[in-house]
Design a protein around this ligand. Structure first.
Ligand code: AMP
Length: 214
C-alpha cells in the first residue's frame, strides 16, 4: 500500500528530520517546500528571487507560488508510489488547493501527522540547530557532536545556521504559524485521518511512535 503523509506542525518541531527518516524507511520521496524554495534561492532562479526576502523575514511566500511547485512535484512519476509532504500546506488556501490536486490525481487515502511541541522548546531547539548546506542534514548542538563552525560529519561541508533560525525571525515564524497555519488542522480533522504526535521525545522515539500509529 502506498504511504502518503502530510507532516504538520510549527517550525522546529522535527518535521524535516522525521520526513527524511520516513522517506528512507518507506523508500518514497521527501517533498519539502522549504527545501525546494531554498534550492531556488541558491540557484538564483526567478522563484528564488521572489522568495528570498520573504523567507529571511519569516513570512510565508505567496500561496500560488508554492501550490504550483507542489502540483508539479506530486504529478511527477517520482511521487506516484507515495510521498512525505513536509511544510505544506501552511494556509487554508493551500490545504484547499491540495485537496483539488489529490482529486485530480485520484488520491483518496492519506494521513496528516500533527507534531505538537511547546513554543519555548521550539525556540530553544532552533537556536541550537545547524544545517549542512550541501546534503540538508539537520544537526542539533545539544544532541549531536557538532558546534558552530563544525563540518558536516557526513560530507565535510561547513555547517551553517539558517538565516531564519535567528531569534527574531524564529519568533515571527511562530507568530505566522499560530495565525495562519495552526487553524488548518481543523480542516483536516473534518477531511482526513489526523495522528497527533508528541514531538518532544528523541528522534528515534518519535519515529517509532509515528510508525506504530500508521
Ligand atoms: P521550512 O523549511 O519549511 O521552515 O520553510 C522555510 C521558509 O520557506 C518558510 O518560513 C516560508 O518563508 C517558506 N515556505 C516554506 N513552505 C511554505 C509554504 N507551504 N507556504 C508558504 N511559505 C513557505
Amino acid at each position: 500500500m502506498e504511504t502518503r503523509l502530510i507532516l504538520f506542525g510549527a517550525p522546529g518541531v522535527g518535521k524535516g528530520t522525521q520526513a527524511k527518516l520516513l522517506a528512507e524507511q518507506f523508500g518514497i520521496p521527501h517533498i519539502s517546500t522549504g527545501d525546494m524554495l531554498r534550492a531556488a534561492v541558491a540557484a538564483g532562479s526567478q522563484i528564488g528571487k521572489q522568495a528570498r526576502a520573504i523567507m529571511d523575514s519569516g513570512k510565508l511566500v505567496p500561496d500560488d507560488l508554492v501550490i504550483k511547485l507542489v502540483r508539479e512535484t506530486l504529478a511527477s512519476p517520482h511521487a506516484a508510489r507515495g510521498f512525505i509532504l513536509d511544510g505544506f500546506p501552511r494556509t487554508l488556501e493551500q490545504a484547499k488547493a491540495l485537496a483539488g490536486i489529490f482529486k485530480e490525481l485520484h488520491i483518496s487515502r492519506y494521513s496528516v501527522v500533527n507534531f505538537v511541541v511547546e513554543d519555548e522548546e521550539i525556540i530553544r531547539r532552533l537556536g541550537n540547530r545547524l544545517v549542512c548546506p550541501k546534503d540538508g542534514t539537520i544537526y542539533n548542538t545539544e544532541f549531536d557532536p557538532v558546534e558552530p563552525g563544525s563540518s558536516c560529519p557526513a560530507c565535510g561541508t561547513r555547517l551553517i545556521q539558517r538565516d531564519d533560525d535567528k531569534p527574531d525571525t524564529v519568533r515571527e515564524r511562530l507568530r505566522v504559524y499560530h495565525a495562519a497555519t495552526e487553524p488548518v488542522i481543523e480542516f483536516y480533522k473534518q477531511l482526513a485521518v489526523v495522528l497527533t504526535i508528541d514531538g518532544t521525545g528523541s528522534v528515534d522515539v518519535v519515529n517509532r511512535e509515528i510508525r506504530l500509529m500508521l
